[in-house]
Design a binder for this molecule. Structure first.
Ligand code: DOR
Length: 429
C-alpha cells in the first residue's frame, strides 16, 4: 500500500528542512513537497502534524547475541528494539558464538534478519579468526557474503602487524576497519575509568591512555595503508584530539560516540551500579565536553548505541565480575535530543548524526529521504515527555543506567520499505 505522510516537519539533513508531505510509492520515497495532491483510492494517509519526519536512524554499533547467546538477545528481539527506537538499519558486531568470521555465520544473521522483517541488519565481520587476534579472517569472503565492515570489537587487535595486514586487505574492498581502541595491557583488568572516583571506590581503573594510544596507533596505520578507519565509541579527550588532527590531514578516518559517553560521568558508578559498567567506561566532565565539541565540529560523524544486552542475573554480580555493556537502542533518541535542548547541536545536526553521518561512514545507501531511496523513515513527537522504564523495552536487555529518567522526544512510527514496523500504540491510544 502506498502512503502519504502529511504535514510533518520533514528533516532530511543537508537536503530539506520544512513543513511538507512525503509520498511513498512501492516502498520508495516518491516525492516530498509542501502540499502533495495524490489520486489513489488505496492510499494510506498518515497525519504527521506536530511530528518530525526524518530518515530512519542508522546504528553502526549493536550487539545482537545470535548465534550463541540468545538468552541475552536474538536478532528478532534486537530488531524489534531497533525499530522501537527509530532505527531502521543496524550494523551488528561479530562477537557472537561462533564469532562472525565466515560466510556461514553472516548468512545465518542475514537469514534471521529477513525472517524478523523489521530493521535492516548489516553484519560486521571479524578481523581475525575467532576474534583471537592471531590470524586474519577471510576478509574477502566476509565482504562477498554481505559484511559492511570488519572489527574485533570487544577484543581489540593488540598486534599492530596484524592490524596493518587487516587494513591492507580491507582497503582492496574499500571496507571500513572498525576498532574498539583499547590497549589491554594498560587496562590491566580494570573495570571503570581510572580517576578520583575509582580510587575512592577502590576499583581498578582503565586509564584514558588505554584508548588514546590505540587511536593514535590506528590512525598511523590508516595513514600508512590508506585504509578506511572507523573509531568505535570514542570516549576521551585524547581520542577526539587525534581524530580531529587525522581528519585535518585528510585521512580516511570516521568516528562515533555513544549517548552514555556524552551524558554521564564515572560518578554514575558510585553506587557500584553495574548498569553503568561498559567498555569504554564512563569518563569525566572534561571528556564529555571534548566528545560534544567533536560532534559540533564534525570530528565525530555519528551517534551509535553500542547496544549490548546482558541478562539480569549477569549484571547482578559484583561490580568487577559483571559484564561490560548497556542497552541503548530505545534510549538513544531522547538522549540525543538533550544535546539540542542544551544548545550543543541544532535539531538538523542531531538528526544528521543518527542518519546521514553513520550511513556515509559505512557507505550505506540508508539515512536519506532522497527520491528513489528506500522509504525508511521515522516519525517523532519531539514534545512528548516520558519515563524510561526498562520493563517496557522491546529488547531482552534491561541493563540501562537511565531507568527512571524523565526524557523528552518519542518515536511514534517507524517505517521500513514503506511498511509500518513500529507504532507507538501506548501514546496514540
Ligand atoms: O560495553 C561493552 N559491551 N563493550 C564492548 O566492547 C563489548 C560489549 C558487549 O559485547 O557486551
Amino acid at each position: 500500500m502506498n502512503m502519504l505522510i502529511r504535514g510533518g516537519q520533514v528533516i532530511d539533513p543537508g537536503r530539506f528542512n520544512g513543513s511538507a508531505d512525503v509520498l511513498i510509492v512501492d516502498g520508495k520515497i516518491s516525492a516530498i513537497d509542501k502540499k502533495l495532491q495524490v489520486k489513489d483510492e488505496n492510499l494510506r494517509v498518515v497525519d504527521a502534524k506536530d511530528y518530525i519526519v526524518c530518515p530512519g536512524f542508522v546504528d553502526l554499533h549493536v550487539h545482537f547475541r545470535e548465534p550463541g547467546f540468545e538468552y541475552k538477545e536474538t536478532i528478532a528481539s534486537g530488531v524489534a528494539s531497533a525499530v522501537a527506537g527509530g532505527f531502521t538499519a543496524v550494523c551488528c558486531m561479530p562477537n557472537t558464538k561462533p564469532v562472525n568470521d565466515c560466510q556461514a555465520v553472516t548468512d545465518l544473521i542475514l537469514k534471521q534478519a529477513e525472517r524478523a522483517h523489521k530493521a535492516r541488519v548489516y553484519p560486521i565481520g571479524a578481523i581475525t579468526k575467532g576474534s583471537e587476534g592471531k590470524e586474519l579472517a577471510e576478509i574477502g569472503e566476509l565482504y562477498e557474503s554481505g559484511c559492511v565492515a570488519i572489527s574485533d570489537d570487544g577484543r581489540p587487535v593488540m598486534n599492530g602487524f596484524i592490524m596493518r595486514r587487516a587494513m591492507e586487505y580491507a582497503k582492496t574492498f574499500n571496507l571500513p576497519v572498525v576498532d574498539h581502541c583499547e590497549d589491554l595491557h594498560l587496562t590491566n583488568g580494570g573495570s571503570m575509568h581510572e580517576g578520583l572516583v575509582s580510587t575512592e571506590m577502590g576499583i581498578p581503573g582503565i586509564p584514558a591512555a588505554a584508548e588514546d594510544v590505540m587511536v593514535a596507533r590506528n590512525v598511523a596505520l590508516a595513514e600508512m595503508t590508506g585504509a578506511r578507519l572507523h573509531l568505535a565509541h570514542v570516549s576521551t579527550v585524547g581520542s577526539v584530539r587525534s581524530i580531529r588532527e587525522a581528519k585535518a590531514r585528510g585521512l580516511p578516518v570516521t568516528a562515533e560516540v555513544c549517548p552514555h559517553h556524552f551524558t554521564l560521568t564515572d560518578e554514575a558508578v558510585r553506587a557500584f551500579n553495574t548498569n553503568a559498567k561498559m567498555n569504554p567506561p564512563l569518563r569525566t566532565n572534561t571528556d564529555i565536553t571534548a566528545v560534544r565539541e567533536g560532534l559540533q565540529d564534525g570530528t565525530i560523524d555519528a551517534i551509535a548505541t553500542d547496544h549490548a544486552p546482558h541478562a539480569v542475573q549477569e549484571k547482578e554480580l559484583q561490580f568487577d565480575e559483571a559484564p561490560f555493556g548497556i542497552v541503548g537502542l530505545e534510549t538513544a533518541l531522547p538522549l540525543t535530543l538533550r544535546l539540542v535542548e542544551e544548545g550543543v547541536l541544532s535539531l538538523e545536526d542531531a538528526i544528521a548524526k543518527l542518519t546521514k553521518g553513520p550511513a556515509q561512514a559505512f557507505n550505506l545507501t540508508d539515512g536519506t529521504l532522497s527520491v528513489g531511496a528506500n522509504a525508511d523513515l521515522v516519525l517523532i513527537d519531539p514534545q512528548q515527555e516520558w519515563t524510561i522504564d526498562p520493563t517496557k523495552f522491546h529488547s531482552k536487555g534491561r541493563n540501562t543506567p537511565f531507568a527512571g529518567w524523565q526524557v523528552k522526544g518519542k518515536v511514534m512510527l517507524t517505517i521500513v520499505s514503506g511498511e509500518i514496523v513500529f507504532e507507538d500504540t501506548a501514546s496514540s491510544g
